[in-house]
Design a protein around this ligand. Structure first.
Ligand SMILES: *Cc1c(COP(=O)(O)O)cnc(C)c1O
Length: 402
């Protein structure tokens, strides 16, 4: 293929292609409008129905729904007993919420560097950071590829730590043939519109642990209890309740839960479409030496929330940001996941230094996220491939010419 130099020859899409997008069909719309015509808008029958369906889907005994995934992570930290002075080890290659939830509880996030192939947290880095103050590990299944959960579980067992898996990217993924959601002490899923299924906003914790389950329920609803066995005094009437702990209003609405139930029916189809698009990308980019396609571990099967390429900047005439901007100009909605969390100004002001996780910082410099969502047509996928080939091809040629 001959490569044209310069922007003039580029084929620009007529409409902007986002990096992610929800899929809503008539069934979803009917499910939501049925709630609007019914008796309850919040805390009705749809939330427990969604919880039991999701728990079954991911192979967990319990699921507790929250108003969003961040609230769910906060609740999990509470349930795990994270408090002042406790350390929790997580990855920098994630959305800020994976670490913020520790701060909410007065704990200290500790960042362990990533594996440079999978971009997931490196269990050896985790081990080197464990102290007597460490209480939990929050691995993130980055892009939908499960983290090295066996190694993390082994460390947790050895040191008495709780594992809170941030599986915001990994609903529908499997690890050693088991569904994500059935492995860690608690597993969080997000129902944000760019994630695998959506409720508008929403989040879930899946767990097998009855004690955590009870604490999650309390935390979601102000710490209010009604069961007579948990009250300080005999209830004077049916109306009576007591606030026994400090919780929040983190409830999911029935409107959202009905949408989530309807979406859950489509999860398998969503994931298989995502896998197919990822396969097409892999096939198209495998032969391009300046592009590293996502490395996949054999022990897990990704649910492909994100498709992330790594640029070999040594072969290119311009940096990542230029490539990013050129793709954006062609109406390809590329994105970037993630700025290492501790490089955000808030974390820097807390004292986390640049250079803390060298691999994460190096990888971050060369990543670009390509559009990937089930509603993409084959033509959309081809547009992305053509644009990447043009832009990368040009930058390689310019690099050779220099
Ligand atoms: C989306 C996401 C969250 C937060 O979920 P919300 O539902 O948006 O609050 C947490 N962690 C990761 C890795 C995410 O991608």
């Amino acid at each position: 293929m001959s490569v044209r130099a310069g922007q003039a020859g580029y084929k620009r899409r007529s409409s902007f292609l986002p990096y992610g997008r929800q899929w809503i069909d008539e069934k979803d719309i009917e499910a939501v409008t049925a709630v609007l015509r019914g008796d309850y808008l919040t805390t009705g029958p749809y939330v427990p129905e969604f919880e039991s369906k999701l728990a079954e889907k991911v192979g967990a005994r319990y699921a507790v729904a929250f108003s969003n995934g961040t609230a769910a992570l906060h609740a999990a930290c509470y349930a795990a007993g994270i408090g002042e002075g406790d350390e929790v080890i997580t990855t920098p290659m994630t959305f800020a919420a994976s670490a913020n939830c520790v701060l909410y509880q007065g704990g200290t996030p500790v960042f362990a560097d990533i594996d440079e192939q999978t971009y997931n947290i490196d269990p050896r880095a985790v081990e080197s950071l464990i102290t007597e103050r460490t209480k939990a590990i929050i691995p993130v299944d980055f892009t939908g590829q499960p983290a090295n959960l066996a190694a993390i579980q082994e460390l947790a067992a050895k040191h008495g730590l709780v594992v809170i898996e941030d599986a915001a990217h990994a609903l529908g993924a499997t690890y050693r043939s088991r569904p994500i959601g059935s492995i860690s002490d608690m597993t969080m899923f997000s129902l944000h519109p760019v994630k695998h299924i959506t409720a508008g906003e929403g989040g879930v914790i899946a767990t097998d642990n009855e004690l955590y389950y009870g604490r999650l329920l309390d935390f979601r609803n102000h710490g209010i209890v009604r069961e007579p066995s948990r009250l300080d005094q005999a209830p004077p009437g049916k109306w009576y309740y007591e606030m026994q702990s400090l919780g929040y209003n983190y409830r999911l609405t029935d409107i959202s839960a009905a949408l989530a139930i309807s979406q859950l029916d489509k999860l398998d189809a969503f994931v298989s479409r995502r896998r197919k698009i990822a396969d097409t990308y892999n096939h198209a980019f495998r032969e391009m030496s300046a592009i590293g396609i996502p490395y996949q571990e054999q022990f897990g099967e990704s649910s492909w929330h994100l498709y992330v390429i790594r640029l070999d900047l040594g072969q290119l005439s311009v940096g990542r940001d230029d490539i990013f901007n050129r793709l954006h100009e062609l109406n390809i909605g590329v994105n970037l996941h993630y700025i290492p969390v501790y490089l955000h100004p808030y974390y820097r002001r807390l004292g986390y230094p640049q250079g803390l996780c060298k691999k994460a910082e190096r990888v971050y410099e060369s990543l670009i996220t390509l559009p990937l969502y089930p509603g993409m047509t084959d033509e959309d996928v081809e547009d992305v491939i053509a644009a990447v080939r043009q832009v990368i091809g040009d930058c390689m040629e310019e690099s050779v010419r220099r």
